[in-house]
Structures are given as structure tokens and as C-alpha cells.
Ligand binder design. Structure first.
Ligand SMILES: NC(=O)c1ccc[n+]([C@@H]2O[C@H](COP(=O)([O-])OP(=O)(O)OC[C@H]3O[C@@H](n4cnc5c(N)ncnc54)[C@H](O)[C@@H]3O)[C@@H](O)[C@H]2O)c1
Length: 438
């Protein structure tokens, strides 16, 4: 089989390697010439795929910036970004660009599958008509389906092969073709009745996480005020063998999916006279978390008799989740900007992020970060970073991930990480609610 993939990022590249490893020929198209050059050289830029693994199948992956190469393939999978516009509406620009390019070369009998996360109706109402600009009829001359990607960067216990793949086709034949395609690389295919169902399935998965993260984040703010250790509470609740699913608090949501995807549905729902309150509320709470976390830093420094202005604040871990080098939408970016706005001298240490383009900040070594530091903040707890040493050496510690707190059975009352709230503390919280508590 010959497969074409449009968009060779976190989703497209692992898919290309999976098909190539099964012996199929892959035409890999991306508008980014640097990615195409890297693919040709066998250099992986996605952490889950090692360069050795990519190089081993390089002979079966032909990378190109030219979509015209896709005219010879049996199936085309579109994996381009689906971001939001600055006013938080779906930005289908990359999808329109990719679809227009595919329409220009589309051949009778080809299957086109969209994997990009998007609102229900996109495949049927936007993709199929754009492809029909070719003069061919969707569901008759060519086939169309939607199959959401479920990749979780950094995860090793589930792979593309062992994660069930949801597929919805425009027609029964479209579905059959898409099922046959994915059966090459996935053990378990979940067939649904339409692309719309498949589109909404993906959004439900992401919104479920966004809402539950917001719930535990809100509780963490309350716990700060009440002097209760949120991680002790979550650890205890997680001992229930049924009816509870663990979510941990943190500095907010990052990555390409959770801060973005739910708003595709919120936008679409407005067309149906619906306000999706859970989505909006979860977004509001999660987006506010960096502000809350910066107020924790302010209060922790204040407790040590220091202002933020002029203090050296070291952030440990700035990618949006542990053990990956993805900085997209990371709450650390907002924290850096807010702390700098307050006059802090901000440094960071992150073995996965050597520098942060656009933020005029380069990563520091572990030792340099702690040298003369006034406050250390554990923002993302990567494996291999000695957070206990951070806790020992920093005069003030704000642990936003519970990575040091959780090692204790009971938090010492004097710790600035999780001290118990006195009545005076609570009085202050209520007289200064904007501080968000600490
Ligand atoms: N990253 C994840 O963990 C993840 C998980 C599930 C679903 N998704 C969804 O999959 C889609 C892709 O996400 P990603 O993380 O792979 O994005 P990405 O930014 O890593 O990769 C997308 C690639 O598409 C390329 N591109 C953009 N416009 C193009 C065009 N017109 N023609 C050809 N190439 C084009 C970009 O240059 C980029 O290399 C998004 O809709 C995302 O929501 C992502």
C-alpha cells in the first residue's frame, strides 16, 4: 500500500513510521521545509520516535513539501494543526490549505482521512466539499472518513498499535476503507456510525480531562486557603477502587489539545443555541491557574521577608507535562511573563527545553539555577531532576506538582510549601481575595 500523510508533526510522524514499519510506502508532506529536510536525513524531531527508529524505515518514507506527490497514493491522512484564532475561534486555515492542496491532485478511488481534532461536522460540511472541488463526488468517486488521534506524548504503556482507534466514515464503504487502512497498524478498531460521532468522541475525551483538571485545580486553591494538603487528599481519594479517577492539580493546562480543543465545541454549540458551561468554566479556572501560582510565589517570598521585585526565582520544568520537550501553551510561559512583570529575575532549568524562543530566556544548569536563588518553583516535575535537592537548597520552595510534598507523611507546620493556615492567614485571604491564597 502507498499512503500519503499531510502534516508531519507529533501526530503525522509516528503514523508514518508505524506504516513504514509494516512495510508500506509513505509519502510524507509538510509545508515546513526544515521538517522535510530532517525527515530526509533520518533525524527525528518528535521525542516518542527515536532517530534510530526513523532511520531504520527511511527508505520507505519519502518526505516532500510538494502535495503533488500524493496523486499516486491509495490513502491520504491529514494531520495538520487545528488552532484557535486570537479571539479563540476555530482556525481552519491549515486544514483549508491541506484540503485545497489534496483536492488539486485527488484521484478516483482514493481514501482521505482527517485525524486533526475538530468540531463535529467538519469532515462532512467542510472537508468533503473542499475535496469535491476536484470534480469528484465524496462517497462515490473517493472516500472520506474521520479518525481522531489519541497519541499521548511521552506515554509508553499504550502505543498506536495497542490504543483502540475510533473511525467514522461518510458512507459504509468509506468506513470499510478506513477500517482496512488502520487495521494495518492498530489491533482494535472502534467503528462508529459517522465522522460527526468520531469528531465528538475525541472532544469528549479531551473535555473530560479539562473539566476534571479544573475541578482538582479549584479544590487546590480552596485547600491552600484551608491549610489542607491537596495531594494528601487526592492520594487518599485515589485508594477508592471504583467510582473515582485520579487527576492532579497543577499550574494550568498546556499542550496543543486541552487548552484549545474544547473551544472548538463551545464555538460550534453556539450555532445550536447552546452555551457549553462546563467547557467555559473549566477553561476559566485552568487559564487562571498561572495567576494563582504566581500569587503563591509572591506570598511564599513575602513570608520569607522578600519582595518579588529583585528576587531570583528559578522555575524547574517549563514544558507543559513531564518528560517531554513540548512548550506549546505551557502555563510556565505565562508564569515567566507575570513574574518578570513583577520585577523578578527569572531563570529556569529544564533538560528538555534548552531555550524558549520569543521569551528571550535560555535554560540554566541545575546548579546555576539554584545558585543565589531566592525562590524555587517546581512547575513541571521531570524525571531525572532531583527535586529533593531543590527543596533542600532553595530558601523558599513552591511545589506546584506535589513532587516533594508527597514524600512526607505529614507536612511540617513551618514549611512554606504546605503550611497550615492560621486564623490570621485566613483573615488575610478573605481581606485580599485577589491574592488567590497561598
Ligand atoms: N500532539 C498531540 O498530542 C495530539 C494528540 C491528539 C490529536 N492531536 C491533533 O492532531 C492535529 C495535529 O497535531 P500535531 O500535534 O501533530 O501538530 P504539529 O504542529 O506537531 O504538526 C502539524 C504539522 O502540520 C504541518 N502543516 C501545517 N499546515 C500544513 C499544510 N497546509 N500542508 C502540509 N502540512 C501542514 C506543520 O508544518 C506541522 O509540521 C491537531 O489537530 C491536534 O489537535 C494532537
Amino acid at each position: 500500500m502507498r499512503l500519503g500523510i499531510v502534516g508531519m508533526g507529533y501526530v503525522g510522524l509516528p503514523l508514518a513510521v508505524a506504516f513504514a514499519e509494516e512495510g508500506h510506502e509513505v509519502i510524507a508532506v509538510d509545508v515546513d521545509a526544515r521538517k522535510v529536510a530532517a525527515l530526509k536525513a533520518g533525524d527525528s524531531y518528535v521525542e516518542d520516535i527515536s532517530s534510530e527508529r526513523l532511520a531504520a524505515v527511511r527508505g520507505r518514507i519519502q518526505a516532500s513539501t510538494r502535495p503533488s506527490r500524493l496523486a499516486t497514493v491509495d490513502a491520504i491522512v491529514i494531520c495538520v494543526p487545528t488552532p484557535l484564532t486570537p479571539n479563540r475561534e476555530p482556525d481552519l486555515g491549515p486544514l483549508i490549505g491541506a484540503s485545497t492542496a489534496v483536492a488539486a491532485i485527488l484521484q478516483p478511488g482514493q481514501l482521505v482521512v482527517l485525524e486533526s481534532t475538530t468540531y463535529p461536522g467538519t469532515t462532512r460540511e467542510r472537508l468533503a466539499p473542499m475535496l469535491e472541488e476536484s470534480g469528484l463526488a465524496a462517497g462515490h468517486d473517493f472516500h472520506v472518513a474521520f479518525s481522531p488521534e489519541r497519541v499521548d506524548p511521552g506515554r509508553t504503556d499504550y502505543t498506536l498499535r495497542t490504543t483502540p482507534k475510533v473511525v467514522g466514515g461518510l458512507t459504509d464503504t468509506c468506513l470499510e476503507r478506513a477500517v482496512a487502512l488502520y487495521s494495518e497498524v492498530c489491533d482494535d478498531i472502534v467503528q462508529v456510525s459517522s465522522p460527526d460521532v468520531a469528531e465528538l468522541t475525541k472532544l469528549l475525551e479531551n473535555i473530560f480531562r479539562s473539566v476534571n483538571i479544573a475541578l482538582v485545580n479549584e479544590l487546590s486553591i480552596l485547600c491552600d486557603r484551608m491549610g489542607i494538603d491537596i495531594w494528601e487528599v487526592v492520594d487518599a481519594a485515589a485508594t477508592k477502587p471504583y467510582g473515582f479517577m485520579r487527576f492532579d492539580p497543577g499550574p494550568g493546562m498546556g499542550g496543543h489539545c486541552l487548552p484549545v480543543d474544547p473551544f472548538y465545541l463551545a464555538w460550534r454549540a453556539r450555532e445550536f443555541d447552546m452555551t457549553t458551561k462546563f467547557i467555559e468554566l473549566a477553561g476559566e479556572i485552568n487559564q487562571n491557574m498561572p495567576y494563582h501560582c504566581v500569587s503563591k510565589v509572591e506570598r511564599a517570598l513575602n513570608d520569607a521577608g522578600k519582595p518579588v521585585n529583585g528576587s531570583k526565582v528559578a522555575l524547574f520544568g517549563v514544558s507543559y507535562k513531564p518528560n517531554v520537550g513540548d512548550i506549546r501553551e505551557s502555563p510556565a510561559l505565562k508564569m515567566i511573563a507575570l513574574l518578570r512583570g513583577l520585577g523578578a529575575d527569572v531563570v529556569y532549568h529544564d533538560p528538555h527545553i534548552p531555550s524558549i524562543p520569543g521569551h528571550n530566556i535560555a535554560g540554566a544548569s541545575f546548579t546555576d539555577s539554584l545558585d543565589g536563588v531566592d525562590c524555587a518553583v517546581i512547575v513541571t516535575a521531570h524525571e531525572g531532576v532531583d527535586h529533593d535537592e531543590v527543596a533542600q537548597r532553595a530558601p523558599v520552595l513552591v511545589d506546584l506538582r506535589g513532587s516533594t510534598v508527597r514524600r512526607r507523611t505529614r507536612p511540617p507546620a513551618t514549611s512554606p510549601v504546605a503550611r497550615s493556615a492560621s486564623l490570621e492567614d485566613m483573615a488575610e485571604h478573605f481581606s485580599h481575595p485577589a491574592s488567590g491564597g497561598a
